[in-house]
Design a protein around this ligand. Structure first.
Ligand code: 2AM
Length: 176
């Protein structure tokens, strides 16, 4: 029998206040674009996508992440957009601190060193997916920028759910 695996990724996960504000934007966008709103407790920014990993190899991810040291930073969520190729409405940053690119680079290197290849077909572009299966509209809702203090990153898994795909946090590591 094939070994059980999980579809996993490393991500930034907002606290309740930031998640609530992101969800508010998602609900406003849904009024214009339709589609499916992501649940508040599943909103995140993916840093590195691993895809299916055998459960016996998951501890390797923990070991690789525990070797990293990185500092806290803040993100300013101040823009949004629609991607026609996958019908996603997202929120993101016009600019982001160099610490975020450094963290992503370190995570990807540590995973590669542990023999865990990361999907790299798309250049890293930090975004929170708000709606899936959305329609294009002339203008997305405007919103006041959101200050997101980032003090940790997490390992998360996706799994089928009754309302689409569900995401859950498995474990996390602090930024110091
Ligand atoms: P998305 O929200 O832009 O679709 C779980 O699926 C998370 O991993 C989502 O944030 C998703 O991004 C991201 N993801 C899925 N497949 C990916 C890939 N091949 N490369 C990078 N990120 C991916």
């Amino acid at each position: 029998m094939a070994e059980a695996s999980q579809r996993v990724f490393l991500a930034l996960w907002p606290g309740a206040e930031v998640a609530g504000r992101l969800q508010h934007i998602a609900l406003e966008a849904e009024k214009r674009c339709g589609g499916r709103c992501m649940r508040r407790d599943t909103l995140h920014i993916t840093l590195a996508f691993l895809g299916e990993v055998a459960e016996s190899r998951l501890p390797l991810i923990g070991e690789a992440m525990a070797s990293l040291q990185a500092g806290r930073f803040r993100l300013r969520i101040d823009t949004s957009g629609y991607w026609a190729h996958n019908h996603i409405v997202w929120a993101g940053c016009r600019a982001w601190p160099a610490q975020l690119d450094a963290l992503v680079g370190d995570i990807r290197c540590a995973l590669a060193d542990a023999g865990l290849p990361v999907a790299t077909e798309n250049a890293f572009f930090p975004h929170v997916t708000l709606l899936r299966k959305a329609q294009a509209v002339a203008a997305l809702p405007e919103f006041e920028s959101i200050d997101w203090p980032v003090d940790a990153w997490v390992l998360a898994a996706s799994s089928p759910a009754s309302d689409g795909v569900g995401y859950r946090r498995l474990t996390g590591w602090p930024l110091t």
